[in-house]
Design a protein around this ligand. Structure first.
Ligand code: SF4
Length: 488
């Protein structure tokens, strides 16, 4: 072109890039007339984990002598590998290696995911918003509240509808939000008629400006079951306040088995089974994920036929964060008193049993589309091969969960991936690394691009732009034998 701009064809945007400049995704640039990938291509190298010395790939003072690379100890990830849009072209790297005498191949590409999102688990009892409520980032809808799990609130963010089905700004903000979360950055989200929450992978959530510390020990009923024996003889009644299932010691099966006598306590809410009450209050961000600040507000007057003056009552939340101790006066009204030292330990024990509250970010995407054509001329054969466990799928070398059923729909914990593994293109869509590893013979059978297979050593000759990263020790080694191929 007249201005020496070159065209990038790595995604549908097809940027024209002037010399010394980058394309609109900042992933590709024009370096002296050549289209180059700007981020380093990441290799996993596990030699150091065995105590061996490492030879840096980028050590220019040393020529590659052809003997440094142990195929089985190096894994070529798709991070920084580049994309091949449109996908009828073979994937950027199709690398062969020998693992314990078996010829293997890893097909490596950065996938452009329009069908993708994040499942976000936020460890907190606090009510963040009603199910199906819209979740916003920068004022734009980017997802919704989905079914709560045990001690955690769950958000579903992204997806093709927010990326492509709304305004351009909605798509851009959704993509930006997903990218930040997947790359381990903090994001502020606002839930319709609910809380503002700051979330970040592997970090504690911040709910309405307060950092969450603990995940609940269990629901109110489970807490009664766990600690009933520790309360026995030290207090007459215990109520564990929980937005979902509030537990009452004297009525609960655990209390019955210990022989704890009736106390005449009367609970508000809906009795489910003995000692287990639903809906004692409205959801909120206070005691046990309810909206109450006064625990007595969930009690009706004690039964005068059963209750006795002096009866000792402990009320505690499912994290031990909130607690109060009462004794009944002559009129059977609970009067708050200091928590006796004998009960302090049990409240501390509830806290001790609560795990640290974290946010977990799972990237979820569909690799069952045209991306497969970069692997094989007959895409459905790759799907079948994954389904038959002949092909292992990894993201940046991290293990993924492949959903049963059609397509190749994967989920991966982003905190198990190397940092900054994700990118974006302004279509908008997320760019995520994906690798397919299988036996070379199986690759040939599924119609792989055999003419493009090249040995591991070939890419080590080309040291520029490569970066080695130690694999996480808790991740299975992606080339480990016995994990790919039937009968191994
Ligand atoms: S957005 Fe990035 S990948 Fe797409 S054409 Fe432009 S530079 Fe290339």
């Amino acid at each position: 072109m007249a201005d020496d701009a070159i065209r990038c064809d790595a995604c549908p945007v097809l940027c024209y890039i002037k010399p010394g400049r980058a394309g609109s995704c900042d992933r590709y640039g024009n370096h002296e007339g050549q289209l180059v990938r700007l981020d380093p291509h990441v290799m996993l190298e596990r030699a150091q984990s065995r105590g061996d010395s490492l030879v840096p790939f980028l050590d220019k003072s040393r020529d590659w002598d052809g003997t440094l690379v142990n195929d089985a100890e190096t894994f070529v990830t798709a991070i920084g590998a580049g994309t091949t849009y449109p996908d009828y072209k073979p994937a950027p790297f199709i690398i062969s290696s020998q693992v314990q005498g078996v010829d293997m191949v890893t097909v490596v590409t950065e996938g452009i995911f329009s069908y993708c999102g994040v499942k976000l688990k936020i460890d907190t009892d606090r009510h963040l918003g009603a199910e199906c409520s819209t979740v916003r980032a920068q004022g734009e809808p980017v997802g919704h509240v989905t079914t709560g799990e045990y001690g955690s609130q769950m958000l579903s963010l992204g997806g093709v509808r927010h990326l492509t089905g709304g305004s351009r700004h909605e798509g851009t903000v959704t993509c930006d939000t997903l990218l930040s979360l997947c790359n381990g950055k903090a994001v502020e989200l606002e839930i319709e008629n609910g809380a503002k929450v700051v979330v970040q992978a592997d970090k504690a959530p911040i709910v309405d400006g307060i950092q969450e510390e603990r995940m609940r020990v269990g629901c109110g009923s489970a807490t009664i079951g766990m600690f009933a024996r520790q309360w026995f003889g030290k207090v007459d009644e215990v109520v564990v306040v929980d937005d979902h299932i509030t537990g009452v010691l004297s009525e609960h099966q655990a209390g019955k088995l210990l022989g704890i006598p009736e106390t005449g306590i009367k609970m508000k809410g809906r009795r489910s089974t003995p000692g287990r009450y639903f809906k004692v209050a409205e959801p909120g961000t206070s005691w046990g994920g309810t909206d109450i600040s006064d625990p007595l507000s969930i009690l009706a007057p004690f039964d005068p036929e059963v209750a006795k003056p002096g009866l000792r009552l402990l009320m505690v939340s499912t994290t031990g964060e909130h607690y109060a101790y009462y004794e009944l006066d002559e009129a059977l009204r609970p009067l708050e008193k200091d928590l006796p030292s004998a009960l302090r330990e049990s409240v501390a024990r509830i806290k001790e049993n609560c795990e640290p509250a974290l946010c977990t970010v799972l990237f979820m995407g569909g690799a069952g589309g045209s991306l497969r054509a970069g692997v094989t001329e007959n895409p459905v054969k790759l799907t079948h091969s994954v389904r038959d466990s002949l092909t292992r799928v990894t993201c940046g070398g991290a293990p993924v969960y492949v959903w049963p059923g059609g397509g190749i729909t994967i989920m991966v914990d982003v905190s198990r991936m190397p940092e900054n593994a994700f990118g974006y293109v302004p279509t908008p869509a997320l760019v995520a690394p994906i690798e397919f590893t299988m036996k070379l013979a199986d690759y040939a059978t599924l119609g792989g691009h055999m003419n493009h297979v090249r040995p591991m050593n070939s890419i080590h000759r080309d040291e520029d732009g490569r970066k080695k990263v130690m694999p996480r020790p808790d991740n299975p080694w992606p080339l480990a034998s016995g994990r790919v191929g039937k009968g191994e």
